[in-house]
Design a protein around this ligand. Structure first.
Ligand SMILES: C[S@@+](CC[C@H](N)C(=O)[O-])C[C@H]1O[C@@H](n2cnc3c(N)ncnc32)[C@H](O)[C@@H]1O
Length: 458
């Protein structure tokens, strides 16, 4: 019988790559990837894989067996890069010497198994006397059950490994080696600096090419179901789409590309740094249709009564903008008057906003709102639209604001491979999770226009 948990611990046998067809073509990327795979010697050790180049294309290249086009209609922008493993490695080439070692966190190991190098933040422990250039065996620390019923890794960052059987961590890492590599810095460097490559992997138990810094903006490493989710949403150029839990922006950018960068994709995430990630990815992919905001998706629906007020503020701002464009910078007072100051000529114009149904000037516009709008007018779109570290917060959206909504609610991530550890879910935690997802779905239902589409991906 197939052991499902055992399979989850192994990486997928291929990497799935989505091509940014606004910047390149699938064929061009395919050839670049073949060269990369060739350079990295990834063809070694891949046995028994039946290869067919799908959808026609060029005659099979020597390395074409390792890079294949996705055979399914509608997914012509998807390529698969074949991996291999498990390979048996010899960690102890000099039997009289103890092996120098590095233990990495589970998340780091999962990335390494998918082709990444070992980066500094992922290192938990290291043998003493490791110097730059030393060969080190890399193993993973997986959560272990603890007395109070929870799970813990049990290794403090910076631990010195003795490399002996008497070492307290010896038993723990038996069978959990993921390869070996060359230390890119000394032990002290690894625990002193904040980022950078700690170990360059040279031999891996599972070989998959690393796509770090490769064809940036032209490709995105994405699991096939995620590519399919964006495809099923079927976004059309010119539409307004909402992606409710969007970071790092894999599906958001897939949607933007399907829309050929025409229209608007509103991407939400509750984490500031993750919104930055979305903006960075959109910029790398040259997508202008993506607007990313920090917002808790559970609060993404704005009350309809606010709509009238906002409409009024918007029309006021529009009037101010016209004024500013015509005559230069202006100041606005809270009683609804805008004073246009032409700094060069020192002329002043005063505009009074009047509600058609109520001729009395209203104090609808808050000082902060007006100051913000004025700053935007004077300084352009503002720092939020570049990567200065600030992200725009959203107050939410009015009902029926979007043609289509993608809800990629946070999930158990059980479908992600490799998964070296899966804590046990209790019935109670599953129920809480389901309730959370349901509340998000209710927001999605309100935000989509009548006849619009919601794709709920989990
Ligand atoms: C599964 S990931 C989304 C992956 C993304 N759709 C993609 O394809 O790249 C879930 C994301 O939802 C975000 N998230 C979780 N709860 C949220 C909430 N209440 N509001 C907004 N974002 C939330 C997390 O910060 C995380 O970035």
């Amino acid at each position: 019988m197939t052991n499902y948990c055992f399979l989850l611990r192994h990486p997928s046998r291929y990497s799935c790559i989505r091509v940014n067809t606004l910047k390149s073509s699938t064929d061009a990327v395919m050839h670049k990837l073949m060269d990369l795979v060739c350079e990295n010697g990834l063809s070694d050790g891949i046995n028994g894989v039946e290869i067919v180049e799908q959808n026609g294309g060029d005659q099979p290249h020597e390395q074409s067996s390792l890079v294949q086009k996705c055979p399914y209609a509608g997914l012509e922008n998807v390529l698969f890069v074949q991996g291999s493993g498990p390979h048996v490695l010899n960690y102890n080439s000099q039997p009289d010497q103890s092996v120098k070692e590095v233990i990495v966190s589970r998340k780091c190991a999962e990335s390494v198994l998918r082709g990444a190098q070992v980066f500094v933040p992922g290192v938990l422990a290291c043998s003493s006397h490791v110097e730059k250039g030393d060969k080190v065996a890399v193993s993973v620390a997986v959560e272990q059950p603890v007395k109070d019923g929870g799970w813990a890794v049990g290794i403090t960052r910076g631990t010195v490994l003795q490399g002996l059987q008497s070492d307290v961590h010896y038993e723990e890492r038996k069978g959990l080696y993921i390869g070996q590599g060359t230390a890119a810095m000394s032990r002290s460097g690894i625990f002193r600096v904040l980022h950078g490559i700690a170990v360059e992997m040279t031999e891996r138990v599972y070989k998959l090419p690393s796509f770090n810094d490769v064809l940036e903006g032209e490709i995105f490493l994405q699991n096939l179901p995620s590519v399919v989710a964006a495809r099923v949403l079927d976004p059309q150029p010119g539409e307004r789409i909402l992606d409710m839990c969007a970071a790092p922006g894999g599906k958001t950018t897939a949607i933007g590309i399907l829309m050929r960068d025409k229209g608007e994709v509103v991407a939400l995430d509750r984490s500031h740094n993750k919104v930055m990630d979305i903006l960075k990815l959109a910029s790398e992919m040259d997508l202008n249709c993506i607007k990313a905001y920090k917002l808790d998706a559970l609060k993404s629906v704005r009350k309809t009564e606010e709509a009238t007020i906002v409409e009024m503020v918007n029309s006021h701002c529009e009037a101010i903008k016209t004024l500013a464009e015509d005559s230069g910078p202006c100041h606005v007072t809270v009683d609804g008057t805008a004073t246009n100051v032409n700094e060069e000529s020192s002329t002043t114009t005063v505009v009074q906003f009047v509600d058609d149904k109520n001729p009395e000037p209203k104090r609808y516009v808050s000082k902060a709102e007006l100051r913000k709008n004025l700053r935007r007018m004077k300084n352009g779109p503002g720092r939020n639209n570049c990567f200065g570290g600030r992200v725009e917060k959203s107050k939410g959206f009015f009902p029926n604001s979007f043609d289509r909504v993608l809800l990629d609610a946070p999930c158990s991530a059980l479908g992600l491979r490799p998964r070296l550890f899966a804590g046990e879910e209790t019935l109670e935690s599953l129920k809480t999770h389901a309730k959370y997802q349901r509340r998000m779905f209710d927001q999605a239902v309100k935000l989509v226009r009548p006849g619009g589409v919601i794709v709920y991906s989990t």
